[in-house]
Ligand binder design. Structure first.
Ligand SMILES: NC(=O)c1ccc[n+]([C@@H]2O[C@H](COP(=O)([O-])OP(=O)(O)OC[C@H]3O[C@@H](n4cnc5c(N)ncnc54)[C@H](OP(=O)(O)O)[C@@H]3O)[C@@H](O)[C@H]2O)c1
Length: 440
């Protein structure tokens, strides 16, 4: 173990961290360019445990606007599954394209890519141009890697064309003992949460914030009914909380009775088991099934949804367009079941509905969303933590959809539960709420 890591684990002051040498190599979960194509003969089950490796990689140099973070914990996202299956495109293509921008970007184009788009940890080095952060700061990382220049009249940073997903479209991601990020990606770590809880929020939480709350998304208002697909999943667990926190009425769609029970424990009274509809002949393609699902929603909450929270894609999108009320909105950030969506356009135009595409969050949205977590209004939906050495197993669990909420990875944190500073706020939020997803 390097002196720097020992000092981080011993809670050494920032000045001490800043003077200790940065190691030349560090432990990381990574995928290899030479493995692209390894699943070509095995399309049915591209098992990510075969492509994700854990070992030493070379430490990159730090650019003036960057920060080196000693990573205490990270989390698995769906993009980790995409990276490790090399689908829909190998992420090495992103690194090659990024590298064409010039010298500093070229550092990212390596034969291996350190994956992971979430992290909590401690700043150990700052680039020469960084003024807002110092060694010793405890942080979480916003996964949007960009210059921060707003290039559109709307003022929305997500429209800037240098916006990349860190640890997916860039190298040096979060599933590692160290991560290189731009200083503008840093956010203050919530003081009442452990390292692994803090790491389980940022990517999914801020994505949900933009989709539901932001003027760039569905702009949910008090009393809105929101139909949430995959409500017990990574995005869904935060969507349910943000709808309730904002005075809306969530209708949770889940895939099993056990998950329905989890939703009720979260205080979500309206729950639909999707098996009842998707297992019917022709599933959601059958107009009778759609009508039945619409009736089920109205029985539960009395009206049609103002907003449908979409990420499930091909299998559900037609139903989402149908189920939204007249004038309602389908907001989407993904396509887990397939990218080619079909829907009956008559329901869209005749009933004056909107489809809104959304991706991650701009800096303002990321800050607002992190603030909700720091205040304890939203809690992490962490269900299980794996050590970094088992990054492949952790990602496999998400690939198979076995998990609920979020799956974290312990990187430098020696055990769960460390990193809590504000015990009074933690007690106010309550262990019962904080531990709910771990029971399932
Ligand atoms: N653009 C962005 O910024 C962004 C950010 C985060 C995630 N995403 C995308 O959003 C998607 C979900 O991410 P996540 O982290 O929430 O994943 P997740 O943790 O795997 O949760 C997805 C949930 O969807 C449900 N589901 C799966 N297949 C379904 C189907 N065919 N029909 C209906 N429900 C289905 C599952 O719940 P049940 O089985 O209980 O129904 C599952 O819990 C992924 O495609 C991801 O790439 C995009």
């Amino acid at each position: 173990m390097s002196e720097l890591i020992e000092a981080v684990l011993a809670d050494a002051p920032g000045e001490r961290l800043a003077e200790l040498p940065v190691p030349d190599r560090y432990r990381a979960a990574y995928i290899r360019k030479q493995d692209v194509g390894m699943f070509d003969d095995d399309e049915r089950d591209p098992d990510v445990r075969r492509s994700i490796r854990v070992g030493e990689v070379a430490m990159p140099e730090l650019a003036p606007d960057e920060v080196l973070v000693a990573v205490m914990a990270s989390a698995v996202n769906f993009n980790t599954v995409w990276s490790a299956t090399f689908k829909p495109v190998p992420t090495f293509a992103f690194l090659e394209r990024f590298a064409r921008q010039g010298a500093r970007a070229a550092r990212h184009n390596r034969p291996e890519q350190v994956i992971g788009s979430d992290a909590s940890g401690v700043v150990v080095r700052t680039g020469t141009g960084v003024e807002d952060w110092v060694a010793g700061d405890r942080v979480v990382v916003n996964p949007i890697h960009s210059s921060g220049r707003v290039t559109s009249g709307s003022g929305d940073g997500m429209i800037a064309d240098d916006t990349l997903a860190w640890g997916y479209e860039t190298n040096f991601g979060g599933m590692a003992d160290f991560a290189v990020v731009k200083a503008n990606q840093l956010l203050r770590k919530p003081m009442h949460l452990s390292w692994e809880e803090s790491a389980a929020y940022t990517l999914c939480g801020m994505t949900v914030y933009r989709m539901l709350v932001s003027p760039n998304g569905a702009q949910m208002k008090q009393g809105d009914i929101v139909l949430i697909w995959g409500a017990a999943g990574g995005l869904g667990g935060y969507a349910v909380q943000m709808v309730k926190n904002g005075g809306g009425i969530p209708v949770a769609v889940v895939g099993s009775e056990e998950r329905a029970e989890l939703m009720r424990e979260m205080g979500c009274e309206a729950v639909i088991n999707r098996q009842e509809f998707m297992n019917a002949p022709d599933g959601l393609k059958n107009p009778k099934t759609l009508r039945r699902m619409g009736e089920a929603i109205r029985r539960l909450v009395g009206e049609d949804p103002h907003i449908v929270f979409e990420h499930t894609g091909q299998e559900t999108f037609g139903a989402s367009v149908y189920l939204a009320r007249r004038g309602g909105c389908v907001v989407t950030c993904g396509s887990s079941s397939g990218y080619q969506h079909g829907y009956d356009n008559r329901y869209l135009w005749m009933k004056v509905k909107r489809i809104v595409g959304s991706h991650a969050a701009n800096m303002a949205e990321a800050h607002e969303s992190n603030r909700l977590l720091r205040l304890g209004l939203i809690v992490p939906t962490l269900s299980v933590t794996y050590p970094l050495t088992e990054a492949g197993e952790a990602t496999r669990a998400v690939q198979l959809g076995k998990h609920v909420g979020k799956v974290s990875i312990r990187c430098l944190a020696p055990s769960d539960g460390l990193g809590v500073e504000d015990h009074a706020l933690r007690a106010r939020v309550g262990e019962q709420r904080l531990g709910l997803f771990r029971k399932y």
